[in-house]
Design a binder for this molecule. Structure first.
Ligand SMILES: C[S@@+](CC[C@H](N)C(=O)[O-])C[C@H]1O[C@@H](n2cnc3c(N)ncnc32)[C@H](O)[C@@H]1O
Length: 253
């Protein structure tokens, strides 16, 4: 069987003008836009990002798919199966499907599971990944604090999966990017306070979106449950600076 092409398209962190040209081209030429949302009644963040810049595309289907925000695979499986079946029906008809993901499709994205599952369900299907601007680079852009330079090392940590080793990570890495905060903010504040690093942390929610919020005193957000688009970045900045003389400056031999 000849299937349509399956695209995983990163649509960036929130601001519509951070969509790449390649993403926009793919989104405009595919017959089906698959748009993930977390509940049957909720909105799709990817669609909110795309809608203002997509323009009118003739005969394009907008296929809203529900992926509940739960961790239990038994609860997830039926919903994911339904969504993947809906995509499969279109691919089997030879339609190209663009699965839009917030940020980049290769980082904590449902598309990763779809990409793994696709060859089993639709043997030989062509899959293309269109990278997007990730929240990991959008957040430093809005705080003005670089992610890493020189000898600095970065850890990327999903908070809701446990932070028992946070103090070790903070010792080992110069920059720690804490994503998926859930109810972990009090634990993060406690660990940072214990290590004297509270003033090296910044909380950002909805970077580049209209509701963007930057909080440099984490105690102010301590009582909050991190919203779905919130991140804490801790930057020690003890190894930053020029590469210890390894890069000759102009005029130096
Ligand atoms: C399921 S992951 C998706 C990451 C996405 N694929 C990316 O490349 O940024 C969701 C997490 O990404 C982070 N995130 C995504 N967009 C964000 C934004 N605009 N501002 C701050 N954090 C964001 C938050 O930590 C959130 O809990």
């Amino acid at each position: 069987m000849t299937y349509g092409t399956l695209y995983g398209v990163g649509v960036g962190p929130g601001a519509s003008d951070l969509l790449t040209l390649r993403a926009l081209n793919v989104l405009r030429r595919t017959g089906v836009l698959a748009l993930p949302r977390s509940s049957d009644y909720g909105t799709s963040k990817a669609w909110q990002i795309i809608k203002p810049v997509l323009g009118s595309v003739l005969n394009q289907e907008r296929l809203f798919l529900t992926f509940p925000m739960k961790k239990d695979p038994e609860q997830l499986r039926p919903a994911w199966d339904k969504a993947f079946n809906a995509i499969g029906e279109r691919l089997e008809r030879g339609l190209d499907v663009a699965f839009a993901t917030e940020g980049d499709p290769s980082l904590f994205s449902t598309f990763i599971y779809l990409k793994q599952e696709a060859p089993r369900r639709w043997p030989g299907v062509v899959i293309e990944v269109v990278p997007g601007v990730s929240s990991i680079t959008a957040v430093p852009a809005v705080t003005g604090i670089p992610l890493a330079d020189g000898q600095e090392r970065i850890a990327i940590v999903p908070g809701t999966y446990g932070l028992k080793d946070l103090e070790r990570l903070l010792q080992e890495f110069d920059t720690v990017v804490l994503m998926k905060l859930g109810a972990e903010i009090p634990n993060i504040v406690e660990a940072l306070d214990h290590m004297g690093l509270l003033d090296r942390a910044v909380y950002v929610s909805k970077a580049t979106m209209a509701e963007q919020r930057i909080v440099r005193n984490l105690r102010l957000v301590q009582a909050e449950r991190g919203d779905c688009f919130a991140m804490v970045i801790v930057s020690r900045k003890e190894h930053s600076g020029l590469l210890a003389g390894a890069v000759p400056l102009r005029g130096e031999a």
